[in-house]
Ligand binder design. Structure first.
Ligand SMILES: [Zn+2]
Length: 504
C-alpha cells in the first residue's frame, strides 16, 4: 500500500510577492464562491419551480462567465490558471460530496487561513547547482507565468521531499507556508495484513505490546505502562498568558468597531493591527498543541514495544460543543451549565486529544503498526485486574480501589490498562474490521471523453529530490538534521514470540 505524506514548509515571499499572492488567493476564492452560490441558486430554483423538476446546473469547471469588463475587471489581473484552479477545486469538492466523502462545498471565508492552489503551469522547482563541485544544493521555487511572474520565493525545506505536481501557498496569522503532498517512497503493509499478523499473537503477548492511552483533563494522556504525557510547564504558563492576551485584543477590537460605527466610518488601520495581534496570540496555543500531538504520537508509535495502539472512541466534537439553550416551565431561560462546560471544553481542546489520535493513526500506518478505537463506556470504573465495574471503584479523581478484589492503582493508569485490554480482545475476537479507504482523484474532461477519475493529483514518475535546504536561505542558518532523521521508517515483521512475555 502506498500512503500519502504531507509536507508543510515555511516560505518567505517579499512584501511585493505577498501582495500578488494575496490577490491570487482572493480571485481563486471568488471563483470558488461564485460556483457555490450559483449551484445553490439553481438548486433552490429547481426545487421551487414546478415546471422544472430535476433541472440542475452542470457540474463543470467553466468560469469565464464570471469575468466581466465592468463588474469584475480585476479578475483579468491574475493568470487564468489561478481562476481555473478555483473552479476545479469546487468541482473536486462536488465530486467528493457525491462519493460520500464530505459535505457540500461551502462559501470560503475571508478570515483565517488562506491559500492558493497552483498547478504545474504556475510554478517550477529548478535545481541550484554548485558551479565548482557540480553538486545540487537545493531547489529554487519560481512562481508565476511568463506574463505574470511573481519570481523566486524562498522556502525552508526542513525535510527531504520530492518535487510535486501541484502546490499550495498559504498564509496564517502572518506566516507563509508552502505545502504539498506526495506518495511515500516506501511500501507499507495494508491494514488488513497488519490485523492478520497481530492476530497470531496470544492475548498475553499482545497485551504486553499494546499501548492503551487514557485521555484526561488533568493529565492529557496516561499510558497502561505507567507513562504520562503532558505539556511543558513553561508552555502551559505561556498558553494561559496568550489566551489572556487574546481576550484583551478581542475586547479592544470590539471597542474599535463600535467607535467606527458611531462615527459612521469604516474601521481603521488600528483595528487591522489589533486583529493581527489577536490572530498571533491565538496561534501560539495552536502551535504548542500541534507540537505536543506530534511528539506524543511519535513517542508512542515508535516505541519498540508498541505494536498496537488503543484509544477510546470519544466524541470530542460533541463534548466540546456549546450546550443547547434551555427554557424552564415559565418560558424563562434556565441554567444549562454552559459556563461549567465551557471550562471543561477548553481544557479538553487544550489537551489536544483529537490531534494526538489523528497523528497516532497515520504514524502507525506508516510504521506498519495498528491504532484502533474501543467503546469508552465505563473504562474509568472498570478494574484492570478482575474486570469488576462499579462507580465506587473510582475513589477520587486520581485514585482507584476495586471494591471486589481490592486492587489499588492510579486511576489513569488503571484506565489505560482497561483500554489496552479491551483493544486486544476486540482485535483477537475479530470485532475490528479495517475501514475501506475511499479516494477521489481529480476529474478531467476532454472533448468527446467520458467523465471519470483519470488520474490522481499526484502522479507517479515525480522526480526524486533529496535535499536539506530550499533556496539557500536556510543554508548555514538551518538546523542540521540528525543522522537518519529523514529516513523512511523501516519496520521489521517479526514472528510472534514463543516464550511468554512478562506482563507489565
Ligand atoms: Zn478488581
Amino acid at each position: 500500500m502506498q500512503v500519502q505524506t504531507g509536507f508543510r514548509f515555511r516560505c518567505y515571499p517579499t512584501s511585493a510577492q505577498a501582495q500578488v499572492l494575496l490577490r491570487w488567493m482572493g480571485c481563486q476564492r471568488f471563483i470558488d464562491n461564485a460556483k457555490v452560490t450559483e449551484d445553490r441558486y439553481y438548486r433552490k430554483f429547481a426545487r421551487k419551480a414546478l415546471g422544472l423538476p430535476e433541472q440542475y446546473p452542470p457540474v463543470d469547471q467553466q468560469y469565464s462567465r464570471y469575468i466581466d469588463q465592468e463588474l469584475t475587471p480585476w479578475l483579468k489581473d491574475v493568470p487564468s490558471q489561478v481562476l481555473r484552479n478555483g473552479a476545479v477545486r469546487w468541482r473536486q469538492a462536488v465530486a467528493r460530496y457525491f462519493q460520500g466523502l464530505g459535505g457540500r462545498p461551502v462559501i470560503r471565508k475571508k478570515i483565517g487561513r488562506q491559500a492558493v492552489w497552483l498547478t504545474s503551469e504556475l510554478f517550477a522547482f529548478k535545481p541550484i547547482v554548485d558551479t565548482q563541485t557540480g553538486e545540487i544544493l537545493g531547489n529554487r521555487l519560481t512562481v508565476g507565468t511568463p506574463k505574470m511572474a511573481v519570481g523566486d520565493i524562498l522556502f525552508n525545506a526542513h525535510r527531504d521531499y520530492r518535487i510535486p505536481n501541484s502546490i499550495r501557498i498559504g498564509v496564517e496569522a502572518g506566516k507563509w507556508f508552502l505545502s504539498f503532498s506526495n506518495e511515500c517512497l516506501s511500501q507499507v503493509p495494508d491494514e488488513a495484513e497488519t490485523v492478520e499478523w497481530l492476530r497470531k499473537f496470544s492475548e498475553e503477548e499482545l497485551r504486553a505490546r499494546t499501548f492503551g492511552g487514557d485521555r484526561g483533563v488533568e493529565i492529557p494522556l496516561a499510558g497502561n505502562h505507567g507513562e504520562t504525557f503532558d505539556f511543558d510547564p513553561v508552555q502551559k504558563a505561556r498558553m494561559e498568558k496568550k489566551a489572556h492576551q487574546a481576550k484583551r485584543y478581542q475586547r479592544q477590537m470590539a471597542r474599535q468597531r463600535t467607535q467606527a460605527v458611531k462615527e459612521k466610518r469604516p474601521s481603521g488601520a488600528n483595528y487591522g493591527k489589533t486583529k493581527k495581534r489577536f490572530a498571533k496570540s491565538c496561534q501560539y496555543g495552536k502551535n504548542v498543541r500541534e507540537d505536543f500531538a506530534h511528539k506524543t504520537s511519535r513517542a508512542i508509535v515508535h516505541h519498540p514495544d508498541h505494536l498496537l495502539m488503543v484509544y477510546e472512541d470519544l466524541n470530542v466534537k460533541g463534548m466540546t460543543k456549546k450546550p443547547k439553550a434551555k427554557k424552564d416551565e415559565n418560558g424563562k431561560w434556565a441554567k444549562n451549565q454552559a459556563a461549567a462546560k465551557a471550562g471543561l471544553s477548553k481544557k479538553i481542546l487544550t489537551a489536544a486529544w483529537g490531534k494526538t489520535v489523528t497523528f497516532t493513526k497515520y504514524k502507525a500506518i506508516k510504521a506498519g503498526k495498528l491504532c484502533i478505537p474501543i467503546n469508552p463506556y465505563q473504562t474509568s470504573q472498570e478494574c484492570a485486574e478482575c474486570g469488576y465495574i462499579h462507580p465506587d471503584n473510582r475513589v477520587s479523581q486520581s485514585e482507584f480501589v476495586c471494591q471486589a478484589c481490592g486492587h489499588q492503582d492510579n486511576a489513569d493508569h488503571n484506565a489505560g490498562r482497561v483500554i489496552a485490554r479491551r483493544g486486544v480482545r476486540l482485535l483477537l475476537s475479530g470485532g475490528y474490521a479495517p475501514k475501506e479507504v475511499k479516494r477521489c482523484g481529480i476529474f478531467r474532461r476532454k472533448a468527446n471523453e467520458a467523465i471519470g477519475p483519470v488520474r490522481s493529483e499526484f502522479t507517479p514518475g515525480e522526480s526524486i529530490v533529496s535535499r536539506m535546504a530550499g533556496n539557500g536561505r536556510t543554508q548555514g542558518t538551518g538546523h542540521p538534521l540528525p543522522e537518519g532523521r529523514n529516513q523512511e521508517i523501516l519496520f521489521v515483521r517479526e514472528e510472534p514470540p514463543t516464550t511468554t512475555v512478562q506482563m507489565v
